[in-house]
Design a protein around this ligand. Structure first.
Ligand code: HEM
Ligand code: HEM
Length: 187
């Protein structure tokens, strides 16, 4: 099994980080959209705490992922017009930004509303902010807005990856995904 990234493909750790993050973030979108539309109840509070716990996991996973990325840099993008490189790299940077900032906004927003975040119901996170509903509204408003912006960029990101695989038939999706080979020109 290839551990480090090579000039032509991502290694197993980078692939695992990517696809585990996809699973967790899909879950976070599902839980986030569902829980905010529930009537106030114990169940609602329970779903909030699951969302918060998974969100903190994504934050920690992303710190580990960025550490690994420093140790083993990603393969360079294959030759393409500079606009495409700029678009791909900007999307990746923006997604990393969201994976770090979204959890912090969610944590600080809950904190300002006076709801402590307890990771897996076991580890209480620090509560640095005083109770302030206006600030809480601002932070969670930013959390919702950033979630929608992230969703939009993710659609473009995933669409571009599928375009590379099914239309251009190059190695972009294959080098990030176990078990996938570039599609041949003819069947
Ligand atoms: C990458 C990580 C995260 C993503 C993608 C994410 C995504 C979302 C989404 C889509 C919503 C629903 C927004 C809406 O419909 O208005 C939401 C709401 C919320 N999230 Fe997150 N979330 C993340 C991490 C966290 C974390 C770590 C916490 C807290 C520790 C948190 C706390 C909340 C809270 C309290 C709400 C409810 C906001 C409200 O009631 O207006 N989130 N999140
Ligand atoms: C929650 C959803 C997702 C997030 C947060 C995300 C995030 C990222 C990030 C940050 C990178 C850059 C990796 C690096 O070079 O360090 C990346 C690469 C990549 N992603 Fe995603 N991604 C998501 C979903 C998807 C989906 C659904 C697909 C496929 C349909 C996909 C396909 C790819 C591919 C092929 C690459 C490698 C591009 C290259 O070779 O340079 N991603 N993703």
């Amino acid at each position: 099994m290839v551990m480090r990234n090579t000039p032509t493909r991502y290694g197993a750790p980078a692939r695992t980080f990517h696809w585990l993050t996809v699973l967790l973030v899909a879950g976070l979108f599902g839980l986030g959209l569902y829980m905010t539309r529930l009537e106030f109840s114990d169940w609602k509070l329970r779903v909030y705490s699951w969302h918060e716990t998974v969100g903190v996991c994504v934050f920690l996973l992303t710190l580990a992922r960025l550490g690994w990325r420093l140790y083993s840099p990603p393969p360079p993008l294959p030759p393409a017009p500079w606009v495409e490189h700029l678009a791909a790299e900007s999307a990746h940077r923006f997604l990393y930004f969201c994976l770090i900032v979204q959890p912090i906004l969610g944590w600080m927003g809950s904190n300002a509303f006076g709801f402590p975040v307890v990771w897996f119901g076991l580890v209480p996170l620090p509560n640095p902010l005083p109770k302030d509903d206006d600030l809480g509204g601002l932070l969670l408003g930013a959390h919702s807005l950033l979630a929608y912006a992230m969703g939009l960029v993710l659609l473009i990101h995933a669409g571009a990856a599928l375009h590379h695989h099914f239309v251009r038939r190059d190695t972009i999706l294959a080098r990030m995904t176990p078990g996938i080979k570039p599609r041949p020109e003819k069947f």
